[in-house]
Design a protein around this ligand. Structure first.
Ligand code: SF4
Length: 286
């Protein structure tokens, strides 16, 4: 087991997240999951887009790529395609992943490409001063929704599962032990894995909605959730308005880069046959 700080670029610390922000907790959970699994950090690539959460990769001492807004999964797909043996992890926020990056998200899930995606969902655009995002709950306040958000929010996990992700889970920055466990499982899944981490942005979401400080905002998040195992014993009225946390879906589907590799090997064999004089072969033959 490495020292915790060995996973960080110490020269980049202290971080610039606001006091009480939940992104540090999620970043710590990812590092602990990697450490528990004993993964070789030289075989890991961390990719992020733009936003407060995406700053995480700048603090972490792995091969990292801090890309354009919404494009983390596009870059990650290219990396995984070029080097399927790498462990590719995306750290993204709710705006980055489900607004401008929404199409990349659903298509990465559809392909079931072997990328672990941590979606840090604080229900608001923090870095650009509190605009509402696709995950801002209906009726909640934001800089651009001073009378309440008229839109309804995405269920990030429901979206990922419906689009084809083979591992889907949710926790919060309050339920840290659960969060580490779920990230650990996601990292072991061979396919597209999504862990949604509900996090607190006290500076914008908490303040705009008069929830109080970091602790009160974190408690507000905690009170919105129910563990999926406990939920099985609860009546529908007790689950009204609640988000389930825990492992929400785990299934087996062919992984994209493995299927792509098989296809290119088949093409190569067909080409070799052709060069070898078997001119009657068909491109789609085995
Ligand atoms: Fe965290 Fe919000 Fe501050 Fe961004 S603005 S660092 S999300 S608390």
């Amino acid at each position: 087991m490495a020292e915790f700080l060995d996973y960080f670029r110490k020269e980049r610390l202290p971080h610039i997240w606001c006091p009480g922000c939940g992104h540090g907790t999620v970043t710590g959970a990812l590092v602990r999951a990697i450490d528990r699994l004993g993964l070789d950090k030289n075989n890991i690539v961390l990719v992020s887009g733009i936003g407060c959460s995406s700053r995480a990769v700048g603090y972490l001492d792995f091969d990292t790529l801090h890309t354009a807004h919404g494009r983390a999964l596009a870059f990650a797909t290219g990396i995984k395609h070029a080097s399927p043996n790498l462990k590719v992890i995306v750290m993204t926020g709710d705006g980055d992943c489900t607004a401008i990056g929404g199409n990349h998200f659903i298509h990465a899930a559809r392909r079931n490409i072997d990328i672990t995606t941590i979606v840090m969902n604080n229900s608001i655009y923090g870095m650009t001063s509190g605009q509402y995002s696709p995950t801002t709950p209906h009726g909640m306040l934001a800089t651009t929704a001073p009378y309440g958000n008229v839109e309804y929010d995405f269920d990030v996990c429901g979206l990922a599962k419906a689009a084809g992700a083979s591992y889907v889970a949710r926790a919060t920055s309050y339920h840290v032990t659960l969060l580490i466990d779920l990230i650990e499982k996601a990292l072991q899944n061979k396919g597209f894995s999504v862990v949604e981490a509900l996090t607190q942005c006290p500076t914008y979401f908490g303040r705009k909605n008069k929830l109080g400080g970091a602790v009160e905002t974190l408690n507000w998040i905690k009170d919105r959730t129910v563990n999926v195992k406990a939920a099985a014993a609860l009546s529908p009225d007790k689950l009204e308005g609640k988000l389930l946390i825990g492992e929400l879906y785990s299934g087996q589907r062919p992984e994209y880069t493995a299927s792509y590799g098989e296809m290119t090997a088949k093409v190569q064999r067909t080409y070799n046959d052709y060069k070898g004089g078997n001119r009657g072969c068909e491109l789609n033959s085995d």
